[in-house]
Ligand binder design. Structure first.
Ligand code: C2E
Ligand code: MG
Ligand code: MG
Length: 590
């Protein structure tokens, strides 16, 4: 290690190059090459043996470009390059390889590497060009991002308060509603109208009115989490979009908190006007069918708050016996009949291990075979069941049927076959859930380690200690636990270390963007690395293309499910697929 100034005569500030290579001979070669150039600006060369030393170095001093020696390839070094992109996203990485490899080169592009140099063909010119090019490119990229961010800021934010404007709020709301439909989550809209703003504005003047609005914006902003969106919709109307709503009460708690903050005196001056607001809350999907409906209900709730005397919070309530309440209870009744009448069925989506080219398990997915509407997907009816006790009966039935079916497949000669069963957060709450799982295993004769319970990150947020105890008991039975849709919720990485889980299911949203968005590729590669470091299995969901499959395979995640291998099908169809996997091509493609 050590630094040396090369071509010190240059006037411009030298570019600092940090080489990560465990081979001293190669380091000497690069040093000599850099010394032999007359590039302006010159290069300041430094060398470390490992990436972690390089990170230490990066913390101490600025580095303009990282030159990473990929050695023999093997993909491990590419992982290092992507790790560098995560730890030091502003420092461009140039890869140095021993042998020319097209696949490696392409993957390098995907993880965001900015240059690729073949050692045997390296020359002072090629080296200088690559390093300067990487640095310039990176700077342009950063500047472009800053400019883009500024433009976005102007178009999407309210100038007075800095909160989102109406347009951005609508955009975010639409995206959030779509995500809720996908993940069967819930969200809330809080709609604010300041009380008496007009009088304040009229009596104190527009400037004072603006200052007041700015202050309200600040106070609202100070109550929000990063994932929430605060907006000024216009005039004295504000709104908050609250996503990943774990508990319905949380929306009301936040509204009360904002109201408290608004009440704080404006100044020590006793005559200063008091601020208050009327706040209406509506939830999706509970109170509304879509975005427009949701905004309408939150607005209506705000009027209820005003009518009840202002300076208060109102939750949207259906008119007693109104159309929505009636629809909910009718659906609930129909669903109960469906469960009792055998209209609910399970379909099974194969989980494959691409490194072995085999089906290794399946996920049980619920369907409603509706006599009139045909096959109805769970997103359409499970949220209704989850609002009542019905989910407990449905969940119990799913668990028993899926375990019985898995035991049947095992008996047909697939002894290690593993069945994944989705569990709703509500199911996880009652004390006897563990007992129910144990009884089901005894009844069906399924080996506990062949059952994997899938929980979403949402379920983990409830009552931390009790959840941990439940997990420990389930693990005590030998049952496996997976985190479903990993990456879409809070996913505190530190939390993972504490949780006794076995598997992370990488959410479709990451897989979908894998081949097109380097950031997603990097996140996914990092999730896989982290999971493996914690001794967890990963299963990638929603794999639809060969390209996605190959990328995931290269990250070391070989278990996958998705339309590429097949959708969820009736049990008999899956039985036939065991004999004749429809993805026979897999061994060759991989
Ligand atoms: P999930 O557990 O994440 O299940 C994966 C969903 O992705 C399934 O949707 C599946 O059909 C779909 N999928 C699979 N491969 C692909 C692909 O390549 N591309 C795309 N675009 N989609 C793919 P489905 O069956 O509509 O289920 C939705 C969600 O409903 C499930 O998400 C799960 O959270 C829940 N769910 C399903 N069955 C049950 C159940 O028995 N109990 C509980 N509590 N929840 C269930
Ligand atoms: Mg699942
Ligand atoms: Mg999932």
């Amino acid at each position: 290690m050590g630094a040396s100034e090369t071509a010190g005569k240059a006037a411009a500030v030298a570019h600092r190059v940090l080489l990560v290579s465990d081979r001293d001979a190669d380091a000497e070669l690069i040093r000599a090459l850099l010394e032999s150039t007359n590039a302006d600006p010159a290069f300041h060369f430094d060398h470390t043996h490992t990436l972690s030393q390089a990170f230490e170095n990066l913390e101490r001093s600025e580095v303009d470009v990282l030159l990473v020696d990929a050695g023999e390839g093997e993909g491990r070094e590419l992982a290092e390059a992507s790790q560098a992109r995560v730890r030091a996203p502003l420092v461009p990485v140039v890869l140095l390889v021993d042998t020319d490899d097209e696949v490696l080169a392409l993957r390098a592009v995907e993880v965001g590497v900015r240059g690729y140099l073949l050692k045997s063909a390296i020359s002072p010119g090629a080296l200088t060009w690559s390093l300067h090019h990487a640095i310039r490119n990176q700077r342009m990229f950063v500047e472009l991002n800053i400019a883009r961010e500024r433009a976005r800021q102007l178009a999407s934010y309210d100038e007075l308060t800095g909160l989102a404007n109406r347009m951005l709020f609508h955009d975010r709301l639409e995206q959030a509603v779509a995500a809720v439909r996908r993940n069967r989550d819930r969200l809330a809209v809080l709609f604010f109208d300041l009380d008496n703003f007009k009088q304040i504005n009229d009596s104190l003047g527009h400037l004072a009115g603006d200052a007041l609005l700015r202050l309200v914006g600040q106070r609202i902003g100070s109550c929000l989490r990063k994932s929430d969106t605060g907006a000024r919709l216009g005039g004295d109307e504000f709104a908050i979009l609250l996503t990943h709503l774990d508990d319905e009460e949380d929306a009301e708690k936040l509204a009360a908190k904002v109201l408290d903050r608004l009440h704080e005196p404006l100044s020590s001056d006793a005559d200063s006007p008091a601020i208050s607001a009327s706040i209406g809350i509506a939830l999706f999907p509970r109170d509304a069918n879509d975005t427009e409906d949701l905004l309408r209900q939150s607005d209506a709730a705000m009027y209820q708050a005003k009518a009840a005397g202002r300076d208060r919070v109102a939750r949207w309530k259906p008119e007693p016996g109104g159309p929505r309440a009636a629809m909910h209870s009718a659906l609930d009744r129909r669903l109960r009949e469906a469960l009792e009448g055998g209209e609910l069925v399970l379909h099974y989506q194969p989980v494959v291990d691409v490194s072995r080219g085999r089906i290794v398990g399946a996920e049980a997915l619920l369907r409603w075979r509706h006599p009139k509407h045909g096959l109805v997907l769970p997103g359409e009816f499970l949220p209704i069941a989850e609002n009542t006790q019905l989910i407990l009966s449905i969940g119990g039935w799913v668990l028993r049927s899926a375990c019985a079916q898995a035991a049947r497949w095992q008996a047909l000669g697939h002894p290690g076959f593993r069945i994944a069963v989705n569990v709703s957060p509500q199911q996880f709450q009652p004390e006897d859930f563990v007992r129910q799982v144990r009884a089901t295993l005894v009844e069906t004769g399924l080996r506990p380690d062949c059952l994997e319970l899938e929980l979403t990150e949402r379920s983990l947020l409830h009552d931390g200690e009790r959840t941990l105890a439940q997990f420990a008991m389930l693990r005590g039975l030998g049952v496996r636990i997976a985190i479903d849709d990993f990456g879409t919720g809070y996913s505190a990485l530190a939390y993972l270390k504490r949780l006794p889980v076995d598997t992370l299911k990488i959410d479709q949203s990451f897989v979908r963007a894998l081949a097109t968005d380097p950031a997603d590729a990097t996140i996914t590669a990092t999730i896989v690395q982290m999971a493996h470091a914690l001794n967890l299995t990963t299963i990638a969901e929603g794999v639809e293309t060969v390209e996605q499959m190959q990328l995931l395979g290269s990250f070391g995640s070989s278990r996958m499910q998705g339309y590429l291998f097949g959708p969820a099908v009736e049990p008999d169809v899956l039985t036939r697929q065991f004999e004749e996997p429809p993805f026979w091509w897999l061994r060759d493609a991989h």
